[in-house]
Design a protein around this ligand. Sequence first.
Ligand code: PLP
Length: 421
Amino acid sequence: MSLQERDKKHIWHPLTQHKIHPDALPIVKAKGAVLYDEQGKEYIDGIASWYTAMYGHCNNYILSKVTAQMQQLDQIVFAGFTHEPAIQLSEALMAILPKNQQKIFFSDNGSTANEVAIKMALQYHYNNNEKRTTIIAFENGFHGDTFGAMSASGLSVYNGPFTDFFIDVVRIPTPNASNIDDVLGALKKHVATKKIAAFIYEPLVQGANAMHMFEAAHLNEILKICKANQVLCIADEVMTGFGKTGKKFASEYIEEQPDIISLSKALTAGFVPMAITTCTQKIYNAFLDDSVGKAFFHAHTYTANPIACSVALAAIELLNSEEIQRNIERITAQHQEFNKRIKTHSKIKATRQLGVIYALDLNIDMDRYGNKRYKIFNTLMSHGVCLRPLGKTIYILPPYVITNKQLEKVYSAIEKLLEIV
Ligand SMILES: *Cc1c(COP(=O)(O)O)cnc(C)c1O
């Protein structure tokens, strides 16, 4: 039996309608920016495997660090015990995070990072004897697939079976030059009429919402109103974190700083799953009390797994390196050149870029998970390039180690695609 047939026997894939969607493609190896299938055919990973493997797949530096850690300490209960990789990671993160962040709390993935953030915000007000039970979120934001994160996600078009069980969320549109006054007005009304605990947002770029981008100045106005009304600001930097926007965190573009930040994806560079929720000293202090009842009773078995921490630590060392910082500038400049060459193409409706994130909207009609999407995906794959279209949007978010030549191959595959859509 082929790998594909064995896969089909027992495996249920995510975001997949198994009755109609094509079979999964086995990948046997990955190195740097390249994926290899069973036949040895190469594909450039133009989205760094959902923006995780930003330092390249199976990065040698991370490999050396993680193999050493695996021989030293694999796992230890993090309630009552601690270890050097977690401590070093906390120090490395504090050196690059917005200055108001002081404490880090571990979990397993982007959804749980946001779940923790939301629970932290709700309990912060509860511990302060204030009843605040509603969350504000952007329309079309994405924060994950667990219940709290899913409730906050406006993009939940396929979440019909669960909507009866959502936590209380109200929404505002993402701001732009023409709607900003209405958005601020709607926000003020929510804040005045409801018990708002927190505002959760993806700063500047909404990944799952087809890389929709908005202005830092507009977001700053929103955050100011939240801050003035004791609404905790939760920056979901699961996608935007660790250099992708051209700064280490997208929040650095914005004056008002978040109270809580969610991190995952590139945190562990594609090696193992882990997430971190960071917060200010003020939030942490609200959980300190002589009674145990005010403590934060949230834990996952693998909290702060030492192997995952050692990966994250090595990844931050790479992010801080001159080489990776130069690569980010190089890719940013190369995207700009590509944009000049392609933006007026008749098949393109709009393009946008921030740092190494580049997106273009096709000027055609299609469904998010419809057949045309698979045709576009397959065409790009036939040219040796792996990109996952989000509806009509094709985006590139390559590993920082991608070479100019590899990136040119990605652009050229898109140009060939434009000839046939
Ligand atoms: C991917 C993502 C999540 C969810 O992370 P998972 O690890 O898939 O649970 C949450 N927020 C944003 C902005 C994301 O991009």
